[in-house]
Ligand binder design. Structure first.
Ligand code: URA
Length: 237
């Protein structure tokens, strides 16, 4: 996280006020004066303002059962965003995105380095999706998902999808496990099979499962054990 953002959030002041404090030599980082507003800080760092320690920011972690019709952004001029569903004063952001018409698990947090780590492609975080299709599937789909498909990403760049695991429940329902998160990836994989996804729901992300008691549109704080499982992914780095 940037120093100015940390100070602003910890003291409940605007980013420009925090920047003024830093430029005016009021902020110390690990006992040394720091005047670099965008200095990257880590969990182990100690920050003080006017020689008063700034208590480490409390991180918040939320599990949302995203409904259709909301986009996974923090602001948007046209559409409702997932933040419209959550009452909070904390500046939360989602760990990864779901399409507007996809339902299911979205984890939101103000823990910037966790978001950065979990959304980096090299982190290889497995996500599980429940899928309903228009046309019937057959066992032949399983090796095709394993082999991967030539697909275009959100920037129209061709890539070959990493091996995905398909568990067929019945002809029209399946679970798909992927560790990528490319643009419309699941829909495009079924499209490559000349099939169509008619319902998509994310049910797991890394160690976190969508709470089956959470109704569509509802959210809850992550439990201590869930948070610790999530954070332990970062420690494995
Ligand atoms: N794949 C998709 O096609 N859409 C999503 O929302 C997530 C994964």
């Amino acid at each position: 996280m940037r120093l100015d953002r940390y100070v602003a959030h910890a003291l409940g002041i605007s980013r420009s006020d925090a920047q003024a404090l830093i430029k005016n030599r009021k902020v110390h980082l690990n006992q040394g004066l720091c005047t670099t507003i965008d200095r990257k800080i880590e969990e182990k760092d100690n920050i003080s303002v006017n020689n008063e320690p700034v208590i480490n920011e409390t991180y918040h972690y939320i599990m949302l059962h995203k409904p259709k019709g909301y986009i996974s952004a923090t602001t948007d001029k046209k559409h409702k965003t997932i933040l419209d569903l959550i009452e909070t004063n904390t500046p939360l952001a989602p760990i990864g995105r779901l399409d507007i018409d996809t339902e299911g698990l979205v984890i939101l947090t103000n823990h910037g380095s966790l978001i950065h780590y979990l959304t980096a492609p090299k982190s290889l975080i497995w996500k599980t999706y429940y899928v309903k299709t228009l046309e019937p599937m057959n066992e032949g789909y399983i090796p095709r998902f394993q082999e991967g498909f030539d697909l275009y990403d959100g920037k129209k760049k061709l890539y070959h999808s990493e091996p995905a695991k398909l568990e067929i429940k019945n002809s029209f329902e399946a679970f798909v496990h992927i560790h990528e998160g490319k643009y419309h990836q699941i829909k495009k994989m079924f499209f490559a099979m000349k099939n169509e996804v008619i319902y998509l729901q994310r049910i797991a992300m890394g160690p976190i499962q969508l709470d089956p008691s959470l109704k569509v549109g509802d959210y809850r704080a992550l439990k201590a054990e869930e948070i610790s499982n999530l954070l332990s992914l970062m420690k494995k780095r």
